[in-house]
Design a protein around this ligand. Structure first.
Ligand SMILES: Cc1cc2nc3c(=O)[nH]c(=O)nc-3n(C[C@H](O)[C@H](O)[C@H](O)COP(=O)(O)OP(=O)(O)OC[C@H]3O[C@@H](n4cnc5c(N)ncnc54)[C@H](O)[C@@H]3O)c2cc1C
Length: 383
């Protein structure tokens, strides 16, 4: 069979993974990135079973593990220091890594597989018959992929958006220096009122911090970080908070609902399909897993629209389940009655209830740890 060609909009984690998966399967691939350089915004990222399995198939697991950290345990605690949830990670199923390192690994792998990149290339339109327009130039393809993020032009131009909800929470992400062996293998999340502070080792010399709270509070969304605001909330972590420099990223969380994952020969993937609050740390994980499943579906079906339909049928239910639970989890931070007065106690009770009810405890652990890798994961050993 002659090589099939794919044009991709967006060189984020979703676009790069899709490019690698297709290139391994013999597709010729071109990726359009509107920025002038290939780079990932953000700080650190958790990778779980589902994404790690795909990265292993792509031959990237070892280098990602080497540049990141393997987590062995996680803890959530309240303002008083009371432990609300504790979990031990068995085996190698959670790796944290600096986003830049993950992005570089994927980019290098894609380039090694012959994927072509066009930077400064803004996609403005796609045609379900199989073409993409960027910077006024039209590119024909057997498959077009919209991996262009929350505000996807590809998705919207096809009328696939059902709704976008801006949530009441947002978060700052930042990298700070890590001292030798500091917090080895251990991720912690602390709660104070309606705010959360996560401290996560993500490389031998970097800690990844996430600072989450109500989007309306200026202390929460101010960048450079308002250190006094956060130090007052988390006085026991002043040492770490004071390491924060000027570079940080704030995002208000959002929830995307779509009518479908494809139209004709055009598929959408990643945040453009399932942007969600980061409570289960699975947004990129789902994008990576779904990219692998897309490759498998296209390998088994030569007719692209049929492959896209089967891909959606197999991956959409679990993707929407992860999204729903991630959204529900966030509600305990901002949708409680009497939040200011009793919020902390109620949240602690809810956490303990979740831990005690077998169904919710198992469900959350399954979703959070990516116990839902793509069925047809195997890339056929074509790495
Ligand atoms: C605070 C926070 C913490 C998170 N933590 C985790 C975590 O621990 N684990 C996890 O799995 N997920 C996590 N996520 C989710 C994860 O970050 C996202 O799901 C993932 O990065 C989305 O990748 P993407 O490639 O779909 O989109 P993006 O990263 O938004 O990439 C889209 C790319 O497309 C480009 N682009 C956009 N429009 C165009 C256009 N018209 N033409 C050309 N290029 C275009 C953009 O410049 C960008 O490079 C977190 C999210 C947040 C907000």
């Amino acid at each position: 069979m002659t090589s099939r060609h794919c044009e991709i909009a967006g060189a984020g984690i979703a676009g790069l993974t899709t490019a690698c998966v297709l290139a391994i399967r013999g597709w010729s691939v071109q990726v359009h990135e509107r920025s002038n350089e290939l780079r990932e915004m953000g700080a650190g990222i958790y990778l779980k079973n589902n994404s790690l399995a795909v990265l292993e198939e792509l031959g990237l697991l070892e280098e990602i593990k080497a540049s990141g950290m393997i987590l062995r345990a996680g803890r959530i605690s309240g303002r008083s220091g009371k432990v609300l949830a504790n979990h031990i990670v068995h085996g190698i199923d959670t790796v944290t890594v600096a986003r830049g390192a993950l992005h570089r690994s994927l980019t290098n792998r894609a380039q090694g597989l012959g994927v072509r990149f066009r930077t400064g290339s803004q996609v403005t339109a796609v045609d379900p018959a199989g073409s993409l327009t960027a910077n006024g130039e039209r590119f024909e393809a057997d498959l077009v992929v919209g991996a262009d993020g929350v505000h996807s032009i590809v998705r919207d131009s096809l009328g696939l958006l059902q709704g976008i909800t801006m949530l009441e929470e947002g978060g700052i992400r930042v990298l700070v220096p890590r001292w030798p062996d500091e917090r080895e293998g251990m991720t912690t999340e602390q709660w104070s009122g309606t705010c959360r502070l996560g401290i996560v080792p993500c490389s031998k010399d970097q800690l990844y911090l996430y600072l989450i709270g109500p989007a309306r509070e200026s202390g929460v969304h101010t960048v450079p970080v308002n250190k006094k605001f956060w130090c007052d909330l988390f006085p026991e972590e002043v040492d770490v908070l004071n390491r924060i420099g000027d570079i940080a990223r704030y995002d208000q969380f959002s929830l995307i609902k779509v009518k479908g994952w494809s139209a004709g020969r055009v598929a959408i993937i990643g945040d453009s399909v399932h942007a969600q609050p980061p409570n289960l740390g699975q947004g990129a994980g789902m994008a990576i897993a779904n990219a692998s499943a897309l490759g498998a579906a296209l390998g088994e079906n030569t007719d692209v629209p049929t492959a896209l339909r089967l891909w959606e049928e197999s991956r959409r239910p679990v993707t929407e389940e992860v999204q729903l639970w991630s959204y529900r989890y966030g509600l305990i931070f901002y949708a409680l009655p009497f939040n200011a007065l009793f919020g902390e106690q109620i949240r602690a009770s809810i956490m303990s209830m979740i831990g005690r009810i077998r169904y919710t405890a198992r469900k959350l652990a399954w979703l959070r740890h990516g116990g839902h890798p793509p069925d047809a994961l195997a890339l056929g050993g074509k790495t």
